[in-house]
Design a protein around this ligand. Sequence first.
Ligand SMILES: Nc1ncnc2c1ncn2[C@@H]1O[C@H](COP(=O)(O)OP(=O)(O)O)[C@@H](O)[C@H]1O
Ligand SMILES: [Mg+2]
Length: 375
Amino acid sequence: MRPFSASSFPLFDSFPDAMIAVDGDGHIRLVNEQAERLFGYGRDEMLGQPIEMLVPQQLRERHVGHRSKYVRDPRTRPMGIGLELTGVRKDGSNVLVEISLSPLETDDGSFVVSAIRNITERKEFERTLQAKNAELEAANAAKDQFLASMSHELRTPLNAIIGFTGTLLMRLPGPLTDEQEQQLRIVQSSGRHLLSLINDILDLAKIEAGKIELHLEPVRLHEVIEEVCDSLRSMATDKGLAFDVVLPNEQTLVRSDRRALSQILLNLVNNALKYTETGSVTIEVATRRTSSGLHCDINVRDTGIGIKPQDRERLFQAFEQLEPLSTRRVEGAGLGLHLSQKLSKLIGAHLSFISEPGKGSVFTLTLPIDAKGIA
Ligand SMILES: Nc1ncnc2c1ncn2[C@@H]1O[C@H](COP(=O)(O)OP(=O)(O)O)[C@@H](O)[C@H]1O
Ligand SMILES: [Mg+2]
C-alpha cells in the first residue's frame, strides 16, 4: 500500500469533527486526532485497516456494498440520510454518529473522506426534549380539563350562596333582625366579589389557552352601560360619590361581544369608584369619525387618587396593584385591567387613559360603531 502522507493535509487535525480518509478499496489511509478520540484506537491501529472495523458487526457486509456504490458515483453528501448511524469503538461500545462523505482527488489517487460527528449527546437531548414536550402537552390538556370542570364546579355553589342570600335578604323565608341583615349583606358582597374574581381568573386562563369564545355582533351600548351602572350604583351611594351617566339621545350600536364589553366596563367603573374618595365618577359616551370609520369613546372619569406617570406601564400587568399590600384599603387582585386590555384587543377595541395624580383619571374605551350605526 502506497503511503499517503498526512502532511499533505495539515488542516486535518484542526477540524472539529473526526475525519477519516479511505482509499478505493476501503482501507483507512488518514485519520485525525478527533477520530482517534472518538473511536478509542491509536492512529497506527487504524491506518491500513478496512473502514468496516468501525462499523457494527451486523452491518459490515452491507457497508462494503454501499462503499463500492459510492466510489462509482462520488458526490459530497450526508450518509444514510434520516438514519441514526452507529459507530463501534475499540472497547466494543457504540456511538451515535452523523457522517458526511466527500470525494478527494490527490496525486496519490482517489479517496473518500468522511467527517464523523458524535451526536450521542444531541440525540439524548432531543429525546429528553420530546419526553418533556409530551409531558407538557399532557399537563396542558389536564389544565384545560381542570379549568373547564372548575369553572362549573366553582360557579355553581357560589351562585347558590349568592342566590339564597338574596332570597333571605328579600325576607322571602321570613323576617330578619338588623344584625342578621347586616351580616347577610356581607355574605352577599363577599360572594359577588369571589365570583367576579373566579370569572376573571377563568377568563384569563381561557384567553391564554386561545379558548375564549367571543361573538361580535351589534350591541346596544346604552343597555350595557345602564346595566353596569345599575350594578355599581350602591357602591357610589355608600361612598357618597356623585355618579352620573351621560349618554347621547340616540341609541348607539357598537360592534362587540356583549359579555366582554360589559366585563371591561364593570372593571373600569368599579376601579373609578374604588380609587375615588371624594367627588364624582362620570360615564360619558361620545362618537367621532376617524379615518377608519365611526368610533365611539366610552369615558370613565373620576376625581380620585390618579396614577403617577412612572406607574403607567405596571397598571396593565397581571396581579399588579399600585398601592403596596401593607397600605391597601381596597380589595382586588390586580387582574381587572390586565384582563380588560386583553378583552379589548379581542373585540377590536382600544383601552387608554389619562391621569393626573391627586386629581383623577379618565379611562377611555374606543369601539368601532356597527355598520347599522346609530339607531
Ligand atoms: N381609576 C383609577 N384610579 C387610580 N388608580 C387606578 C384606577 N384604576 C386602576 N388603578 C390602579 O391600577 C391597579 C390595577 O387595576 P386592576 O387591574 O383593575 O386591579 P384591582 O382593581 O384588582 O386593584 C389598581 O390596583 C390601582 O392601583
Ligand atoms: Mg379592578
